[in-house]
Design a protein around this ligand. Structure first.
Ligand code: 13P
Length: 342
């Protein structure tokens, strides 16, 4: 294992208050988002959309890494330049989603287990040769009546750890993503309890499978109440609960925590990330960063709608969200930044 390379990549992903752009939607997920906006669902529209993202002028100033999907990592710009070269020129490290999706877990109604370990070693080798330097695997955990079960937490943590060790063997930094979903009416406290339990399981397995903690990034949910919970907390309450949870569970050797957005609006995700950094940046051992998909991309996708004429305006919206999140990493994001765009 090349520890120096892994440590270097993990630190580069967290440097300069930049963050990771997740643009690794699987084809069905990307098509679903396109369908909602009336965008045609073809390989060419997906390619054109991804070209729009990676050619956004100045994106590399606020984005350190981009997570790609297998289809995307092989694609080229209309003028023939490979996407990987475009990213490299922009100073953005390419990453790759390597799980093959969360499937119904046998014997566990309402719960999922993430697949993709079979053949993973060879796939990782190929991605490294292509130029990827980090990889992502997402486990999905729902909160419900009697859920999550202990067995699903253990099985998902085990798979995350198996994936993480294989990544490190191949020279790729694992971005370890155990996502507790926001669906439901559970309270902030219940999310704290479940996130804590999930992360405890994840780090037991990561240690057991000999993962180099300095050479990984954790990609968790913020600690939030369910979307249908009547009691919605302030951004400061969210920051307090989130840091309380991580101080209990995430070793100080982990260089960075890059949050997923999970369906929060772009503005709320930035405001909560800002509160986290404003209150805790100097008091916690890890970088508090972002690895958002929807909270960075959706405003841009809504402007683009598949029309070439909207590319420049869509790129401006994408860059704006990326910059807001960079400001949030410094604890300098304000609502006034949103008005500046108008
Ligand atoms: P969201 O930020 O939209 O939750 O996506 C992050 C991600 O990578 C999901 O796996």
């Amino acid at each position: 294992m090349n520890s120096q390379l892994l440590i270097h990549t993990a630190q580069a992903l967290m440097a300069d208050n930049r963050g990771i752009l997740a643009m690794d939607e699987s084809t069905p997920t990307c098509d679903k988002r396109f369908a909602k906006l009336g965008i045609s669902q073809t390989e060419e529209t997906r390619r054109a959309y991804r070209e729009l993202i990676i050619t956004t002028p100045g994106l590399g100033e606020s984005i350190s890494g981009a997570i790609l999907y297998d289809e995307t990592i092989r694609q080229k710009k209309k003028d023939g330049a490979p996407f990987l070269k475009v990213l490299g020129d922009a100073g953005i490290i390419p990453g790759i989603k390597v799980d093959t999706g969360a499937k119904e877990m046998a014997g566990h109604p309402g719960e999922k287990i993430t697949e993709g370990l079979d053949g993973l070693r060879d796939r990782l080798k190929e991605y490294f040769q292509m130029g990827a330097r980090f990889a992502k695997w997402r486990a999905v955990i729902a909160i419900g009546d009697g859920l999550p079960s202990r067995s699903s937490l253990e099985a998902n943590a085990h798979a995350l750890a198996r994936y993480a060790t294989l990544c490190q063997e191949a020279g790729l930094v694992p971005v370890v993503e155990p996502e507790i979903l926001m669906d439901g009416n559970h309270t902030l406290e219940r999310c704290l309890e479940v996130t804590e339990e999930a992360l405890r399981n994840v780090f037991i397995q990561l240690n057991c499978q000999r993962v180099l903690l300095e050479g990984m990034i954790l990609k968790p949910n913020m600690v939030l109440p369910g979307l249908d919970c009547p009691d919605q907390p302030t951004v400061d309450d969210v920051a307090d609960a989130t840091v309380k949870c991580f101080l209990r569970t995430v070793p100080a050797a982990v260089p960075g925590i890059a949050f997923l957005s999970g369906g929060q609006s772009g503005e709320l995700a930035s405001a909560r990330l800002n509160a986290l950094n404003l209150r805790f940046k100097t008091r916690v051992p890890w970088a508090l960063a972002f690895s958002f998909a929807r909270a960075i991309q959706l405003p841009a996708m809504e402007i683009w709608r598949g029309d070439e004429a909207n590319v420049t305006a869509a790129q401006a919206a994408l860059l704006h969200r990326a910059r807001c999140n960079q400001a949030a990493r410094r604890g300098e994001y304000t609502a006034a930044m949103e008005r500046d765009l108008e």
